[in-house]
Design a protein around this ligand. Structure first.
Ligand code: SAM
Length: 260
C-alpha cells in the first residue's frame, strides 16, 4: 500500500458507493414490493434516514417516487445530491441526525436497510430515532429497517467482506468483530478498505461501534413507540414471497414497521 490512513469509508463516497452500490437490484425490488403490498396507503413520498450516497434513493426517484434523505456525513450528502441533480431530480438530501429530525411534509414510507440503525449506540438515541420516524410517517406508512440481530443460540457472524470493481478502480473491504460486549450492548468492529487505482493504492483503517440487539430487545424498543407495529419480517435475501419467523439463531432481519 502507498498510503495507510486512519479514516472512515463514509468520508470517501465514491469508494463507498462502488462497494455498496453495486448490489442494489434485489433490495430495490424488495422495497418496491413492500411499498406496494404492505403499506396501508399508496406510497409516493419516500425518505431514507442515514442515506449515505443515496444509492437507492435516485433509483426510487427514477421509478416515480418523491425522495428525500438525511445523513450525518456532509460529503455523502453532497455526493447524493449531485447524483440526484444529474438525473434531473431535486437535491433533497440534507445533513442531519437520524435520532433528531423533522421533515417538512410527512412521507408514506422510509427505509434503512444495511445496518445504519446500529450506529445509534444508546437506547435513548435508538428510541428517539423510531419516534422521529413515527412522527414523519403518514398513517399506514412503512419503515423498512434491516440490520443484524445478535443470536441467542449459536455463534454470530464474526466477519464480512465486500469487493467491487469499476474500470480501473477496485475497492475491497473487510470488517471483523473485535469485541462484543452484550452487557453494554456494544459491538466494536474493525474495518479495512483497500483502494486500488492505476496510480495509487490506499488503505483506510477504522473502528466502528454498533449497538447490539437480540430479537427481544428490538421488539421491546418497538413496543416503546406505540405508533409503530411490526407488520412482517424478512431476511437479507430480500425475497418478498418468503417472510421469516425470527428464531434464537436468526441474525439478519429486515423488519417492516407500520404506522398505526
Ligand atoms: C452503512 S452506511 C448506509 C448508507 C445508505 N443507507 C446505504 O444503504 O447505502 C451508514 C450511514 O449512516 C450514517 N450515519 C451514522 N450515524 C448517523 C446518524 N446518527 N444520523 C444520520 N446518519 C448517520 C453514516 O454517515 C453513513 O452514511
Amino acid at each position: 500500500m502507498n498510503q495507510v490512513i486512519q479514516a472512515s469509508l463514509y468520508d470517501y463516497p465514491k469508494y463507498y458507493d462502488l462497494v455498496y452500490g453495486s448490489d442494489w437490484k434485489a433490495e430495490f425490488d424488495f422495497l418496491v414490493a413492500c411499498f406496494e403490498n404492505l403499506a396501508g396507503r399508496t406510497v409516493r413520498r419516500v425518505f431514507e434516514p442515514a442515506c449515505g450516497t443515496g444509492r437507492l434513493m435516485y433509483r426510487l426517484a427514477k421509478a416515480g417516487c418523491e425522495v428525500s434523505g438525511l445523513d450525518l456525513n456532509p460529503r455523502a450528502v453532497d455526493y447524493c445530491n449531485r447524483r440526484l441533480e444529474r438525473h434531473g431530480f431535486p437535491a433533497s438530501a440534507f445533513v442531519g441526525d437520524m435520532a433528531d429530525f423533522r421533515l417538512p411534509r410527512k412521507v408514506d414510507a422510509a427505509f434503512n436497510t444495511i445496518g445504519s440503525f446500529r450506529h445509534l449506540v444508546s437506547g435513548r438515541a435508538a428510541q428517539d430515532h423510531l419516534q422521529c420516524i413515527a412522527n414523519c410517517l403518514n398513517k399506514g406508512g412503512l419503515y423498512v429497517l434491516g440490520f443484524h440481530l445478535t443470536p441467542t443460540v449459536g455463534q454470530p457472524l464474526e466477519e464480512e467482506s465486500w469487493s467491487a470493481r469499476r474500470g480501473h478502480l477496485c475497492v475491497n473491504t473487510y470488517m471483523w468483530t473485535a469485541e462484543r460486549n452484550l452487557r453494554r450492548r456494544e459491538e466494536r468492529l474493525g474495518m479495512t478498505c483497500d483502494v486500488y487505482t492505476p496510480t495509487k493504492t490506499l488503505r483506510l483503517n477504522e473502528e466502528i461501534i454498533f449497538r447490539t440487539y437480540t430479537k427481544r430487545q428490538f421488539e421491546k424498543l418497538v413496543s416503546d413507540v406505540p405508533e409503530l407495529e411490526i407488520a412482517k419480517v424478512f431476511d437479507f435475501h430480500y425475497e418478498f414471497e418468503n417472510p421469516v419467523e425470527l428464531g434464537p439463531e436468526t441474525e439478519d432481519a429486515v423488519f417492516i414497521l407500520r404506522k398505526r
